[in-house]
Design a protein around this ligand. Structure first.
Ligand SMILES: O=P(O)(O)OC[C@H]1O[C@H](O[C@H]2O[C@H](CO)[C@@H](O)[C@H](O)[C@H]2O)[C@H](O)[C@@H](O)[C@@H]1O
Length: 249
């Protein structure tokens, strides 16, 4: 972290770094990778891969986990990150390995309903994921058209679906999973004495709300949050991971 970084965050990280087992978990898009128009082009900011590897190298009782709304396969391919990490995808629905294909039929039927709505709005994009379909409006130039499309997608969704609004996206998920439950599950599985979590979006608030004293929640970017700390962007995240790596070394 730079000299002008949040002194409270530095103190919190120093206290957390002494505790074991330790879980270091993070969201991907907007945290490790700057947000870009094309989801398949969201690569980590320079320095993320090295800083993350150094944190993971601290030892067996320090676990690094990526907790993403993306499917795990997509996350691994797009990020290019490799290492002894736990991979949690699809907002927690993919926890211990790939999902079976049994929900694929329902997902594809949902994508078929949404496809014509998306095709009618220039710049809109449909993303079909393991157990969800996402309607992206980041490249829709007209804000009113973007809002109308998201409302139409919302209205077209079966009430049994879980709706996850995010940054310029509405995701319709076939299973009831959230990142908060996934991080709790990891915490219990590892017997973690403390958790640090970094996130930038609404879905990350499910994690921040469940953190306790001694844990460290770090919101990346602007917007309301339950996290106790905040940094500006993925470049600042490199600094946070670097500082944690120093403290753990
Ligand atoms: O939980 P995350 O790892 O943050 O994933 C959340 C969603 O990220 C992706 O969409 C977001 O990032 C895109 C690339 O920067 C951006 O174009 C889009 O506007 C953002 O919403 C991803 O495409 C989704 O599947 C994830 O759920």
């Amino acid at each position: 972290m730079t000299a002008d970084a949040d002194a409270g965050l530095d103190r919190a990280l120093a206290a957390l770094a002494a505790r074991r087992p330790l879980l270091v978990a993070s969201d991907y898009d907007g945290v490790f990778a700057p947000l870009v128009d094309d989801p398949s082009a969201a690569v980590p900011a320079p320095g993320i891969a090295e800083a993350l590897a150094r944190v993971a190298a601290a030892g067996g009782d320090v676990t690094v986990a990526l907790v993403s709304g993306r499917g795990v396969e997509d996350l691994q391919r797009v990020s290019g990150l490799t290492g002894p990490y736990r991979w949690v995808g699809s907002h927690g629905a993919e926890f211990g390995g790939p999902l079976t294909g049994e929900l694929a039929g329902r997902r594809d039927a949902l994508a078929e309903v949404l496809a014509p709505l998306v095709a009618a709005v220039p710049g809109a994009r449909l993303e079909v994921k393991p157990v969800s379909v996402a309607v992206h409006v980041r490249q829709v130039a007209d804000p009113a058209a973007a809002a109308e499309l998201l409302a139409a997608a919302d209205a077209a969704a079966d009430p049994s679906l879980t709706k996850k609004p995010g940054k310029a996206v509405l995701e319709l998920v076939l299973v009831d999973a959230d990142k908060g439950s996934a991080v709790q599950r990891l915490r219990e599985e590892l017997g973690a004495a403390a958790v640090v979590y970094l996130g930038d979006d609404l879905t990350d608030e499910d994690v921040f709300r469940l953190l306790g004293p001694g844990d460290v929640g770090i919101k990346v970017g602007e917007g309301p949050t339950a996290a106790a700390h905040r940094v500006a962007d993925p470049d600042a995240v490199v600094g946070v991971l670097g500082r944690l790596g120093d403290l753990l070394a």
